[in-house]
Design a protein around this ligand. Structure first.
Ligand code: PRP
Ligand code: ZN
Length: 287
């Protein structure tokens, strides 16, 4: 039987939806039924394993899965010998110190001698050590936020995304110590040339989807006399496409613009007399 590449995805939580979305945008079809543990794509040699995000690095190391999508926090905390294949940029969150509403917090130093509940003893331990703070860790793998209320910890250090979990448990976020986004990880050696080839195909698609997300397709009309100046502003992939309009002295310009420079470019185009500026998202884009 032909080999499949196995990807581990968080079963449910912060990372799940966006992880599946990026794979779907790669044109890969599957059911994404949360009740199953494992399923196969119907049009690509990829098999999905839906598990807890915290378990993903160890699954990849042990060969249960070949690649996976986790927060960089899990990758850094577990320090297992893997590699980051891509920074996917979504699921931005932070690892923060949170304390009961009525506790006064003046900085990391005030945690001296306290009991801190966390699933991130390595990341937190490194930061406290740097600051010369000694605290004891209450290591829990889930429901960290309830530990102060039940009296087994004085403070917690946990991931915060929207802040809803902390608020629901009467805790206040007092200091962010680390930030994280989703990364695609894998073993340094995947161990099969067939799987390596599948991974290469998948990465090509993921790169095209990610690149497309960071660009916009822009079309506008422009007085021809300003074409030279505009070509310096909007480089496009090679150069902008220019077509003549019926009205003498006017052209239509089509090009791609990086999302993060878009508003700058927009203002400069307006200043040069551009009209009817039309902006559309790009679905896929290769170099
Ligand atoms: C993290 C963290 C909180 C939640 C915070 O869990 O442990 O439970 O996210 O999010 P919020 O600020 O939006 O409320 P994670 O997604 O890693 O799931 P897990 O607890 O199953 O590992
Ligand atoms: Zn988790």
């Amino acid at each position: 039987m032909a080999q499949m590449l196995r990807i581990a995805i968080q079963k449910s939580g912060r990372l799940s939806e966006k992880s599946l979305e990026i794979i779907k945008k790669c044109g890969i079809k599957f059911g994404s039924d949360e009740r199953v543990l494992k399923e196969q794509a119907s049009n690509f040699p990829l098999e999905f394993l839906y598990v807890r995000d915290d378990d993903i690095p160890a699954y990849i190391r042990d060969g249960v899965a070949d690649i996976g999508i986790v927060g960089r926090n899990e990758y850094d905390e577990q320090a297992i010998d893997l590699q980051v294949l891509r920074d996917l940029g979504f699921a931005k969150c932070r690892l923060s110190i949170a304390v009961p509403q009525n506790m006064q917090y003046t900085g990391l130093a005030c945690l001296q001698g306290m009991r801190i509940a966390t699933s991130y003893p390595n990341i937190l331990g490194g930061i406290l050590k740097e600051q010369g703070v000694q605290a004891s860790f209450v290591q829990v793998s889930g429901s960290v936020e309830v530990t102060p209320a039940v009296g087994i910890a004085d403070a917690i250090c946990d991931l915060v995304s929207t802040g809803a979990t902390l608020a629901m448990n009467g805790l206040k976020e007092v200091q962010a110590i680390y930030t994280s986004t989703a990364v695609m990880i894998g073993r340094k050696q995947i161990g099969s040339s067939e799987k390596e080839a599948i991974l290469k195909r998948l990465m090509l698609r993921i790169d095209a989807v990610m690149r497309a997300a960071s660009y916009k397709y822009v079309i506008f009309n422009l007085p021809e006399e300003h074409l030279d100046q505009v070509s310096h502003i909007v480089g496009g992939m090679k150069s902008p496409t220019v077509t003549r309009l019926m009205e003498a002295g006017w052209v239509s310009v089509q090009t791609v613009v990086a999302e993060d420079t878009f508003w700058d470019v927009f203002e400069q185009l307006k200043a040069l007399g551009a009209q009817g500026i039309l902006v559309t998202p790009i679905e896929k884009m290769t170099e």
